[in-house]
Write a protein that binds this ligand. Structure first.
Ligand code: NDP
Length: 475
């Protein structure tokens, strides 16, 4: 690895103390130790049906022009049998397996073997070796942040090979979409199963493992907190960030190329979806160091939820708008296109500014300005399992004074914009906003539950100071 900057996070001070210092069981924060019936039922439902849901969406575009209702009607009215639909579904091919293997191997090489150089010449970009947050066991992991570089190299190679050397067609992803789905599933299941076995036999940090005793819950939500191979291959950062998110923009480009091939033009709705989702993806990589402090990395354990979800759910369902527009090319009126663009950009502004305010506040330990003023905050404390007491702060000004998760509100506005770009003929493109609303609302509740067990009465003071979650005055 190249020379790296290594910094101690300034946001949290610690001192040794006895576990009963706070009078709460705050050392228990982190993922659940016990499984309630509702969680177990949801998990069993997802394990059984999530792969079918992904298949159903992709199949309905392939065989039914993106109608979600027609396949059901055909089956219910006896016009078709399940076997008819299955027989028309493309199978796993040698070509798709080769493309997918090459793709994942290339992303592993970019992640593990090419230290970040972008931070050396891009002003304001934070890359190279960075520290994550303190884990429940009190560990602080180091990460090689080189996602932006991986994204740039991949996209340069894509354009060069698809449009200059003509090694492959720019529609290659669309052309192999269903065969690639089988490959993504194989990887998703393989990595989740490997992570489970690894947590029993050779965990990276045994103190950060959580065993509930329920096989399904542990498989889905993960046991190990930060599984790694060697010093640098971190499962969570790799599978969350690449290969799915690097692929996201390529998948959309492939859809745009397919539109061009079919209809001789790329519609403004397709351009909008490519641009707005492109901004979201680039934002992710530009802020990858910040991403180390988000719930996915700081709080979630690595199981099927992240492993399979990142390999299959994300690339297949987050890109449904582009897929839909291949089958239904929507040309928006100028006013509608501008309105949707504005909604997307304002949503992005709120999302980014809110995330930035928290990041700045935490990085500087409150020695910064939020909207030109000294930040307002609530002092809080928590304890790791070894009894070390840490101090932290919860911001209560800027967007964080409007609602406790205003970043999610901005994200939801952006998500709605992608869907609206597809018009109102079908419900399939609206799956994304429905899913994001459920995901982020559930995340609010899950996060607040965890923060309450972490900060105890300090969290109560915070929720009294900022009473709303997503929409001020309403929720
Ligand atoms: P946040 O970035 O909001 O992080 C929540 C954590 O921040 C809490 O657990 C707490 O952690 C800390 N925190 C909470 N309130 C405050 C406060 N007032 N001041 C300082 N710190 C606080 O949530 P996520 O990690 O879920 O989301 C990050 C972004 O990613 C969001 O914008 C979200 O929209 C987006 N996202 C997108 C998804 C997608 O699929 N497209 C999926 C999930 C998220 P601590 O323990 O450090 O105090």
């Amino acid at each position: 690895m190249a020379a790296h900057q290594e910094k101690k996070p300034p946001e949290e001070r610690k001192r040794k103390s006895t576990p009963n210092d706070t009078g709460t069981s705050q050392a228990q924060w982190g993922r659940a130790w016990e499984v309630d019936w509702f969680s177990l039922a949801s998990i069993l439902f997802l394990l059984m049906f999530a792969p079918l849901i992904v298949y159903y969406f992709v199949m309905s575009c392939d065989q039914y022009q993106c109608s979600l209702v027609d396949p059901l009607l055909d089956l219910l009215m006896g016009k078709k049998h399940l076997s008819d639909i299955w027989d028309k579904t493309p199978t796993l091919t040698y070509r798709a397996a080769s493309i997918y293997t090459l793709w994942v191997a290339f992303q592993v090489v970019l992640y593990v073997f090419i230290p970040d150089f972008c931070h050396k010449f891009l002003p304001g970009y934070v890359g190279g070796v960075q520290e994550g947050a303190v884990t429940p066991a009190g560990a602080v992991n180091k990460y090689e942040v080189n996602g932006l570089q991986a994204w740039i190299i991949t996209h340069v190679l894509w354009f060069a090979n698809a449009y200059y050397f003509h090694f492959f067609s720019p529609t290659i992803i669309f052309d192999n979409w269903i065969p690639l789905l089988w490959c993504a599933n194989i990887l998703g299941y393989a990595v989740s199963t490997f992570a489970m076995i690894k947590s029993y036999f050779f965990p990276t940090n045994a103190k950060d493992c959580k065993f509930t005793g329920n096989f399904f819950y542990d498989y889905m939500m993960g046991i190990e907190f930060n599984p790694r191979i060697g010093k640098w291959f971190d499962f969570k950062l790799f599978f969350n960030g690449r290969p799915g998110i690097v692929a996201w923009t390529l998948i959309n480009l492939s859809y745009a190329a397919e539109q061009q091939e079919r209809y001789g033009q790329v519609t403004n709705s397709m351009i909008l979806v490519n641009v707005l989702q492109g901004i979201y993806v680039l934002d992710f990589f530009w802020n990858e160091a910040w991403y180390l402090k988000t719930i996915d990395i700081c709080h979630d354990h690595f199981g099927w939820y992240l492993g399979w979800g990142d390999c299959v759910w994300l690339p297949y369902l987050y890109t449904l708008q582009g897929l839909y527009l291949v089958y239904h090319p929507v040309q928006l009126g100028t006013a509608n296109a501008i309105g949707i663009l504005m909604l997307g950009l304002i949503g992005y502004y709120i999302f980014r500014t809110t995330n930035h305010q928290k990041d700045l506040f935490r990085r500087t330990n409150g020695n910064c300005k939020i909207w030109g003023k000294k930040p307002e905050y609530i002092e809080c404390s928590y304890m790791s399992v070894d009894g070390t007491k840490y101090y932290s702060k919860l911001l209560t000004s800027g967007f964080w004074g409007w609602a406790r998760h205003f970043n999610y509100t901005g994200d939801l506005m952006g998500s709605l914009a992608y869907c609206l770009a597809c018009g109102f003929e079908h419900i399939l493109p609206y799956f994304y906003i429905v899913y994001m609303t459920i995901l982020l609302t559930h995340r609010c509740i899950r996060d607040e539950h965890r923060c309450f067990s972490k900060y105890g009465k300090d969290w109560k003071r915070y929720t009294a100071a900022v009473p709303y979650r997503l929409i001020p005055g309403i929720f």
